[in-house]
Design a protein around this ligand. Sequence first.
Ligand code: FAD
Length: 473
Amino acid sequence: MKVIDGAEYKRRIAALKSSVWYDGKLVEDITDHPAFRGGIQSQAELYDLQNEEEHQSITMSSSQFGTSYLIPRTKADLEKRRKLVQLWARHTAGMMGRSPDYMNTVLASFAASKNLLENEENCFPDRLQAFYEKAKGEDLSFTHTFINPQNNRASLSFLDEDDQNARIVDKTEEGLIIRGAKLLATQGGMTDEVIVYSAPGASKKEYAYLFSIPTDTAGLKFVCRSSFGVDSSRFNSPLSSRFEEMDSLVLFDDVLVPWERVFLYENIRAADQLYVKGKFTPMTLHQIVSRQVIKTEFVLGLAIKIVEEIQIEEYHHVQSKVAEMIKARESLKALLLLSENDSLEDEAGVMVPARLPLYTAINEFQRFYPRFTEILQLLGASGLVTLPSEDAFQSDLREDLNFYLRTGVSNGEDKVRLYRLAWDVAMSSFGSRQTLYERFFFGDPVRIEQVIYQSCNKESYSQFAEEFLHKKS
Ligand SMILES: Cc1cc2nc3c(=O)[nH]c(=O)nc-3n(C[C@H](O)[C@H](O)[C@H](O)COP(=O)(O)OP(=O)(O)OC[C@H]3O[C@@H](n4cnc5c(N)ncnc54)[C@H](O)[C@@H]3O)c2cc1C
């Protein structure tokens, strides 16, 4: 089997019986629980889409595994990856940050960087390669958890003894023993596997590792927040009912990680190098920005629909707000294509998209996306709260609601349907979490800006200015 369909994805997740905790209770069947059902169904639809004949020239690589696992060797491979990501993103309006392509790309990027683990102490590039082959052969699904819990973020926090963070507490014949916590995993329990990696900057060797384990491994627990997807009405909650991905604290209660699943341990330098010099950042950012272009197009479309619905197009400030979104879309798309255009083949034969345009795009999106939601609020105004429910439209009030909530374009029900969509982007708990997600999920915007500053070849620009200063004619 090279690619799975939605039914197989659901069957596997239900069979796992992972230790997922919701509201203080162990979840029995995650695929049938109201907190998770919508997100799991949407994920299943993506797998079904992967199988559709008409899309297979995009969704499948020439070797018949999913394109999301493809390690790009040519510019055409990058283009194919972009098209796959955007096909899936269109199905979710870009609202599922963790559609399968995200983590499949992460694993492919680690495998594409295995040369950095060669001849390094406690590093196992062959195991990483074998695991990548297994994952793409079985079309495994993944979540990940990289960051330590948010306790002390002071620059000298590493001086504190910390028994909170997940760390290696023992090594046995069978494998590593891990104890402690990781900050969070989106879709914890909704995937076959979880990839666990030490964030760069581990200060002690027991905090440096990279491994993957099945989600139902003994001692592994996912502790969830409250779900934003419990209202299953598509009319009431058009996005939350379908694309709630859930976030969970990850606890390791003396978890045994078998040696064949350990790719790196107790080697701080190798763990850092894999992040800094490996292909994780450029390959993953290429996936992310491809999705963000589609999400921008969706939210832009929504803003245009609101402008048309209440006929406010004539006002200059309205045009200006929509133009802001158009410019954002053009900039993101240009940066994405620039990253492909400037991609370079590295020593391992991987076509690596250019980093700086992608870093620029994600850092801009961290600013753009909250502004998009603000623009929807500024255009939608009170329409974003005059939102009777689906049941209200099925009641004796129906006629009144259709009449008094009508616009020049729609009856009340259709107007509310549109505005509920905008509300789910810009105002609901789901919408706020989307904003927080786009601000932070790939890292703190402040520190991404620092990376942009540090990675830019500033000398070439200062030299240009210098030469100009001293030019005689
Ligand atoms: C919705 C959501 C989903 C996520 N999903 C996942 C997931 O599936 N897996 C995963 O591993 N991670 C996930 N993350 C975590 C994400 O990687 C982190 O949020 C991100 O790296 C920022 O870390 P933090 O949240 O701990 O913020 P902090 O580092 O605690 O930052 C908090 C504040 O302190 C400031 N600050 C802290 N340290 C510094 C510093 N050194 N210099 C300057 N300012 C500083 C920041 O600028 C910020 O204002 C997710 C995050 C969100 C919000």
